[in-house]
Design a protein around this ligand. Structure first.
Ligand SMILES: CC(C)(COP(=O)(O)OP(=O)(O)OC[C@H]1O[C@@H](n2cnc3c(N)ncnc32)[C@H](O)[C@@H]1OP(=O)(O)O)[C@@H](O)C(=O)NCCC(=O)NCCS
Length: 148
């Protein structure tokens, strides 16, 4: 099966939000995605046989590219699609002349941290109490980066 990648547009947001709400405890809102599109962040959807199964949002800085969001639908996780999507975005950022990719991830997000480590990202910082947690205070963010 081939994964295709294309630019996200407003018409994709119903499908994207369904996945976002399924896979994130604290999902982005439609407004967050609208803002990302309006800000001309790099917003892509990945399709498998015509259906959206994942998405990614990347913000370009001067030297860095920052991964703001990535999600793969639950039924399609652990089949290599998240890694492939990230690989394409790393190549894209490199081609555009960025020096590294950075991201923040909840310290409890074992799956995402394992994915990033498997792709060569390393911990470059810790942000104490960065994220809200449902009914129980705050949670640290790990800042990770990968240079090439
Ligand atoms: C993180 C996420 C995008 C990974 O997508 P995926 O398609 O399942 O990942 P892949 O199949 O490409 O996994 C690649 C590697 O990452 C690691 N990994 C992925 N999911 C994992 C899990 N649940 N537990 C442990 N390791 C995991 C493994 O090393 C895996 O390689 P392997 O399957 O050969 O062992 C997906 O779990 C997701 O959408 N999570 C919810 C949203 C999210 O947390 N986004 C990140 C916010 S910072």
């Amino acid at each position: 099966m081939n994964l295709t990648l294309r630019d996200m547009n407003n018409a994709d947001l119903d499908s994207v939000l369904l996945i976002e709400q399924q896979v994130h405890a604290h999902p982005w809102t439609r407004g967050n995605f609208n803002d990302a599109l309006a800000s001309r962040y790099v917003c892509k959807v990945s399709e498998l046989e015509g259906s959206i199964i994942g998405y990614v949002v990347l913000m370009q800085g001067v030297d860095d590219a920052e991964l703001l969001n990535i999600g793969i639908a639950a039924a399609h996780q652990r089949q290599g699609w998240g890694g492939k999507l990230l690989q394409v975005m790393l190549a894209f950022a490199r081609q555009l002349g960025r020096q590294r990719m950075v991201l923040e991830v909840r310290i409890s997000n074992v799956a995402a941290i394992a994915l990033y480590r498997s792709m060569g990202f390393v911990k470059i910082g810790l942000r104490r109490d960065y994220y809200p947690v449902e009914n129980s205070g705050r949670e640290d963010a790990i800042l990770m980066g990968k240079k090439w």
